[in-house]
Design a protein. Structure first.
Length: 257
């Protein structure tokens, strides 16, 4: 019998939302199966015990029945939590995919786009390398109110949703850390010191920027305009050099997983 081999020689680059796909599959494989299987198994045992009891055998089925009911009750509440976690991950995955597909339509500025770049202990949703610079992009897909305003206000230091006084800095800290990782990557691999722009995208929200612009906080459709207005700092050869270095890193990471 003739041996065959795959026509795909190089490891594939990652797709948008791939890390969230892996988390979703992990939860389903590791948690949901166990939570569903345990009460079913105990239920079968209880059923056999009830059968023996009905045939006037001496073994009481009550302990197995109570164990089955307790397990089913525990699994019910755990599965509610797992479902909420899965819903959040799926919402985030769909947001990353939607933004990724939108970013792929940007053809000016000689853009090179990378999805789901895995760093040390986190992933970067998207990285764009273009003649306008290098951009580390995080997508946050938050549920909108069913009616009324859907506004995020960025004052330079924090984010405020709608008219509430709730302030969050976590998203800003995360995207700045992502940009810092990309900057250090090029220092290590190409001995180049680059300014990497952190970008936060919130699909479907209206964004009000009121403070400094250390981080671009935008609705995805506003990103191309910001990119268009940015200064050209790289030529095509530099874009290719930076892109090739990141591509090699990603492919090598896939190869050694």
């Amino acid at each position: 019998m003739n041996e065959t081999k795959s026509p795909i020689k190089a490891p594939l680059l990652r797709s948008a939302g791939q890390s969230l796909d892996e988390k979703i599959n992990g939860i389903i494989d590791d948690q949901v199966f166990e939570l569903v299987f345990t009460p079913i198994f105990l239920g079968l045992l209880a059923g056999f015990q009830w059968l023996e009891w009905s045939l006037d055998l001496s073994i009481s089925p009550w302990w197995f029945t109570l164990g089955c009911l307790a397990s089913a009750l525990y699994s019910y509440f755990k599965i509610k939590g797992v479902r909420a976690r899965l819903a959040s991950l799926k919402r985030g995955r769909e947001g990353e995919r939607a933004v990724g597909q939108y970013l792929e339509t940007i053809t000016d500025a000689e853009c090179k786009l990378f999805h789901d770049v895995v760093a040390e202990d986190f992933n970067i949703d998207h990285i764009i390398i273009s003649t306008k610079g290098v951009f580390a992009i995080e997508t946050k897909t938050y549920s909108k109110p069913s009616r009324g305003e859907a506004i995020i206000r960025h004052n330079g230091d924090g984010l405020y949703m709608n008219k509430s006084q709730f302030e969050s800095r976590d998203e800003l800290v995360q995207v700045k850390a992502a940009a810092n990782w990309v900057r250090k990557f090029y220092e290590k691999h190409l001995d180049r010191r680059l300014q990497v722009k952190p970008v936060l995208l919130f699909p479907g929200w209206y964004i009000k920027n009121e403070g400094n612009q250390d981080v671009w906080v935008l609705e995805p459709k506003a990103f191309p305009k910001y990119l268009e207005n940015a200064e050209v700092i790289f030529d095509k050869d530099e874009v290719n050099t930076l892109s090739n270095a990141l591509s090699r890193f990603i492919r090598d990471s896939v190869r050694f997983d």
